[in-house]
Design a protein around this ligand. Structure first.
Ligand SMILES: [Zn+2]
Length: 128
């Protein structure tokens, strides 16, 4: 479940107000703060691969890089355990970070080749 239109509008503001932060903390608790920090620290990457013209979103977490498919998937353990199995919440903080970065244009763009993509995917596909 990606952010709803109301949330996207809140996050589009140049300055996030105290009310906005409160709203997101209430709904996503500490994951919002971690996500915002990751986005602001430039830990959300948007890769573009040539010549296939495909893309991938990556979030640098505490231990390693996680592959995020916006609003759908993250390769971290928390996504599997808390989102898919337990259904405790709808997004891990990496997914939230990707969403925040995209809305606020905080992502770091990287361009590389398809052969490099194959190498990177071997690393990103891990789910430990
Ligand atoms: Zn995750």
């Amino acid at each position: 479940m990606p952010l709803n239109p109301y949330e996207i509008r809140l996050l589009s503001e140049d300055e996030l107000t105290q009310d906005t932060v409160q709203y997101f903390r209430k709904k996503y608790n500490n994951r919002f703060i971690r996500a915002l920090r990751a986005a602001e620290e430039g830990r959300v990457m948007h890769y573009h691969f040539r010549p296939s013209d495909t893309t991938a979103w990556i979030v640098q977490g505490g231990k390693r890089e996680y592959l995020v498919i916006p609003g759908i998937y993250c390769s971290c353990r928390s996504f599997y355990q808390s989102v898919v199995i337990a259904r405790d919440f709808e997004m891990c903080y990496h997914m939230l970070a990707q969403n925040i970065a995209e809305v606020r244009s905080l992502q770091k763009d990287a361009e590389t080749s398809d052969s490099e993509r194959r190498r990177l995917y071997d690393k990103w596909r891990r789910t430990d």
